[in-house]
Write a protein that binds this ligand. Structure first.
Ligand code: SF4
Length: 439
């Protein structure tokens, strides 16, 4: 039995795809082993957004070759689509597959026989028009379910449309089948995943379904305790979707909404499809209907042309806004993007200083959000994540909770009252009974 091992870089979408590809191998009789083990085949799923993607890729290939010098090493993922030739020159790489080919790799690399030259099978990105469904079985607690792929937007800083192609989605019927399949496992939480999931519903180039219809349908799937919407563009987060989540049985009160900048000047130059006023409107709508809803925000600092004044604009805007945490990205130039050609480049030192300021603001926001929720009772889904004798889990509204380790609690939901914030910034809880919400 041939052994295959996987390594994934990047986002939830990559994790869901690696997981599905690994199940394809298992179905064909391969044995899946950990990446740290000897294997016959190594598959490395790369990301183009990761800093130093090239160096990371090289390091992982080296690692694989050290474990098994005769192994067959295949590179897939966004970086493979963007730079197939470059990757093929990395010593030890046997094959590079693009976005349109990666789900057919077992068939395309028939038998994984080594050849003198690395194989490059990467069509132009316009060929990536198929939707390949995927979900991860990464741990027992949570699954990333891919519902959409690609993006038709053209934000000036982003390489994702070049790496993943046009927006396309699975059908609601297929997604419901996948959700029912997941419901047969022990997984308790499903995170909807995609590149631009608010744009859900395009099939074969035509918009045929809507995101709100998808979440309404999923809400009826028995056997899954929670659905989480991972990240959704503010201009695509409709009132209808917010109103539905507010009264839904299974969709939790947590939104992650990319803002990227609080300066309208920078938003325009980034090519984002909204102004900051719309963002305030979305946050207000959510908080009016769900006062304890968690709202996470992506923000980029140091975009070309971002003056000290523009940055302060962003800082003050976020400081005033009723949000719960930030994901801060320091802008870095990516080849083949409009932003990489822009003038008024912000010096790296400044970018790093701004990033630090926003990270501190994020901690302040998170602490405030946690403090506001102390004394409230929520349901925690405990994970297999142990540290210093404590286990952790998240509430519906994404508060990270710490409790004394109890193996019986792993992957169980428990109703708890939030008591205090500990020195690590997690919330400690009272000790009520387990709620066995079995399927
Ligand atoms: S919406 Fe913009 S940032 Fe997001 S994937 Fe599409 S182009 Fe990239």
């Amino acid at each position: 039995m041939k052994k295959v091992a996987f390594y994934t870089l990047g986002c939830k979408l990559n994790y869901s795809e690696t997981s599905t590809i690994s199940r394809m191998f298992e179905d064909k009789g391969y044995q899946k082993v950990n990446f740290e083990e000897e294997a016959d085949i190594y598959i490395i799923n790369t990301c183009s957004v990761t800093e130093n993607a090239d160096k990371k890729c090289k390091k992982i290939v080296k690692e694989a070759k050290k474990l098994s010098p005769d192994s067959y090493v295949t590179i897939i993922g966004c970086y493979a689509q963007l730079k197939p030739e470059e990757i093929s020159t990395i010593p030890g790489v046997d094959a590079v597959l693009g976005a349109a080919e990666k789900f057919r790799l077992i068939e395309l690399l028939d038998g994984f026989v080594k050849e003198k030259q690395p194989k490059i099978l990467a069509s132009e990105i316009k060929e990536a028009t198929n939707f390949n469904n995927a979900y991860s079985i990464h741990d027992r607690t949570r699954t990333f379910l891919k519902v959409q792929d690609g993006c038709n937007y053209g934000c000036a800083f982003c390489t994702i449309p070049l790496a993943r192609g046009k927006s396309r989605s699975d059908s609601i019927a297929n997604i419901l089948d996948a959700a029912r399949e997941i419901a047969q496992t022990d997984v308790k939480e499903v995170v909807l995943t995609g590149v631009n999931i608010g744009d859900f519903g395009i099939q074969d180039g035509r918009r045929v379904e809507k995101f709100v219809d998808l979440i309404q349908a999923l809400d009826e799937v028995e056997g899954i305790n929670r659905f989480r919407i991972s990240s959704i563009e503010p201009n695509l987060l409709t009132n209808e979707a917010i109103e539905f989540v507010a009264q839904s049985k299974r969709f939790v009160p947590h939104f992650h909404i990319p803002l990227q900048s609080g300066s309208n000047k920078i938003l325009r130059s980034m090519g984002r499809r909204y102004l900051r006023e719309l963002y305030v409107d979305r946050v207000t709508k959510i908080k009016t209907l769900m006062p304890h809803c968690c709202i996470g925000v992506d923000v980029i600092v140091g975009f070309p042309g971002e003056t000290d004044e523009d940055f302060l604009d962003t800082y003050n805007f976020l400081n005033e806004l009723d949000i719960s945490y930030l994901h801060v990205f320091t802008y870095s130039e990516r080849a083949n993007t409009r932003a990489a050609e822009m003038e008024e480049v912000v010096p790296m030192k400044k970018r790093n200083e701004r990033s630090k300021m926003l990270r501190i603001l994020s901690e302040k926001k998170r602490r405030k959000f946690y403090t506001e929720n102390l004394g409230n009772t929520y349901t925690v889904l405990f994970e297999e994540d142990i540290e210093d004798g404590q286990m952790h889990g998240f509430t519906e509204n994404y508060i990270r909770v710490a409790a004394k380790y109890d193996p019986l609690l792993v992957n169980e939901t428990k109703e708890v009252t939030l008591v205090q914030i500990n020195e690590k910034g997690n919330v400690e809880v009272s000790e009520p009974e387990l709620v066995y919400e079995k399927h």
